[in-house]
Design a protein around this ligand. Structure first.
Ligand code: SF4
Ligand code: SF4
Length: 500
């Protein structure tokens, strides 16, 4: 029975392989430049790798769908969503942190850290990101699960697709696509909730009062999820994603990857009993039929391999059923495999030049980011000098310059500030729109979590040696917290001999 199952598996595997060979021959002969897609029908597998992959999938999906509903109290008038990238408020809220548009360099730092972390993980364990946590993999896995429930496993689906349409096929396929659209819709909807308050937008969506943008982007993300996870599948990983192209630059002989132990498996012993002369591989094709990208891991590391490890589970079953030791396909390093082929063992080395470089870069980037975040000012100041007139001479001989002063108050309460220009002789500041006596310091109030814009006149005597302009520093101090900041600007005056 086992042999019958194995030969059935081989026949099925060969259908795909024969089509690939035919295409390659046609391409080599120059028959055509375009190769038709070879449809992949992955067979379901059971085992520890598959269970772990289900666990990661459930964790990732739960996180994705649940996070927008997590609440966080920030005080009156503030959004209550823990993670919110509010386009309308121009803020990114992350629990206790709030990022303004001018904090964009934190995003740059975060992207750098993400990229370096990915390099490090790839150099240690190959494409585990692709095999387990990449959204394309997670949603494709989910869609395939739905497909298997409704259309059956690999052989049944292949037979169904090869046969002409019947009522049974029509209702199953219709239900499958409806389920895919349903999942895609909730995926697109959940994505929108990262940009607008989740409970509010849910009510608005179903009562028809949400904005056009909300409906448009929900539809857009529904469509892309449905197409990429339902139709494109492994084509995204193989042809659309750039990552497989440069992942090889991060791999070395010490990287853990899914590996066929050729020294143990070859020569293949199709149909032979365990302990017979030859290798452990019975050439059943179970590893190929289980592969979501349709490749044969026995050909070595390939661009299409996403390191998911499902072929390990598939092969372990065959090994158990034929009375052979498991893990013919396993996670291992090329260095260890070469040693094992020679009867020795090479221990895994975590610290190697490339991992040291990635780890150092990651620690430095994390250190810089944490320090910058800890020292991040709660206030901001920018001062823009008037373009015209550059200065005005007053009756008492003093000069007056006009400025537009912008003060950022990142606190969730209003704040009082004092503005001074200590380097300017006889300095007196006044707000243009307010009738007040000019004084050496100007008191300004900025609303909570906002930017205050003020027209400010500065009167003073330029230093004798200046000709046309002199530097002047604007000092801003929060009267409650004592936090200070300085903005370097200029005080304009006539050039030698010129009269204003
Ligand atoms: S060869 Fe194995 S590890 Fe690679 S994609 Fe296929 S099933 Fe996953
Ligand atoms: S490696 Fe394992 S699953 Fe693949 S053909 Fe050989 S015995 Fe079958």
């Amino acid at each position: 029975m086992l042999l019958a199952a194995a030969s059935r598996g081989q026949r099925v595997a060969k259908i795909g392989q024969a089509e690939r060979v035919r295409q390659l021959e046609a391409e080599e002969a120059g028959d055509h430049l375009f190769a038709n897609r070879v449809r992949v029908y992955p067979k379901s597998v059971k085992g520890p790798v598959r269970r772990f992959k289900w666990g990661v999938l459930i964790f990732c999906l739960t996180l994705y769908y649940a996070l927008p509903w997590l609440r966080w109290s920030r005080g009156p008038g503030q959004p209550t969503q823990a993670i919110l990238l509010s386009i309308w408020h121009e803020r990114f809220y992350f629990f206790n942190l709030e990022f303004w548009p001018q904090d964009i360099y934190y995003l740059t730092g975060l992207l750098i850290m993400g990229a370096v972390a990915l390099f490090l993980v790839t150099s240690l364990a190959g494409r585990v990101w692709c095999g387990y946590t990449c959204p394309q993999t997670v949603w494709t896995d989910l869609f395939m699960w739905v497909e298997r429930i409704l259309e059956g496993d690999r052989n049944e689906r292949m037979k169904r697709d090869a046969a002409s349409m019947c009522f049974d096929t029509v209702w199953r396929k219709s239900l499958k696509h409806a389920a895919w659209v349903f999942i895609a819709f909730w995926t697109g909807g959940a994505w929108i909730m990262y940009y607008v308050d989740a409970p509010t937008v849910t009510v608005e969506f179903w009562t028809g009062t949400a904005s056009t943008e909300v409906y448009f982007f929900t539809f857009l993300f529904t469509a892309t999820t449905y197409l990429l996870a339902g139709w494109a599948r492994e084509q995204v990983c193989t042809y659309m994603c750039p990552w497989p192209r440069f992942q090889s630059a991060m791999l070395d002989e010490q990287s853990f990857t899914v590996t066929y132990q050729a020294w143990r498996g070859e020569p293949r012993t199709r149909g032979k009993r365990a302990n017979s002369a030859g290798g452990d591989c019975v050439d059943c094709g179970a590893c190929v039929t289980a592969c979501p990208t349709g490749i044969d891991i026995r050909d070595g590391i390939q661009l299409e391999c996403i390191n998911c490890g499902l072929c390990i589970d598939a092969c372990n079953h065959v090994m158990a059923r034929t009375g052979r030791p498991g893990w013919l396909i396993t996670w291992d390093t090329l260095a260890d495999q070469a040693s094992k082929a020679a009867g020795t063992h090479t221990p895994f080395r975590f610290l190697r030049p490339r991992t040291i470089i990635y780890l150092t870069a990651l620690i430095v980037a994390a250190g810089v980011m944490t320090t910058a975040l800890a020292l991040r000012p709660g206030i901001g100041l920018s001062v823009q000098h008037d373009r015209a007139p550059l200065f005005v001479r007053l009756a008492n001989g003093d000069l007056r310059n006009g400025y537009t002063v912008k003060i950022v108050n990142k606190a969730w309460t209003p704040a009082n500030f004092v503005l001074t220009t200590p380097g300017l002789a006889r300095a007196a500041l006044t707000e243009a729109e307010r009738t007040q006596t000019a004084a050496s310091q100007l008191e300004l109030v900025v609303e909570a979590d906002s930017v205050g814009t003020f027209r400010v006149f500065v009167t003073g005597q330029p230093a004798g040696a200046t000709d046309g302009s002199q530097p002047v520093d604007f000092h801003l101090r929060n009267t409650a917290t004592g936090e200070q900041t300085v903005y370097h600007s200029v005080f304009m005056s006539p050039t030698n001999g010129a009269k204003p």
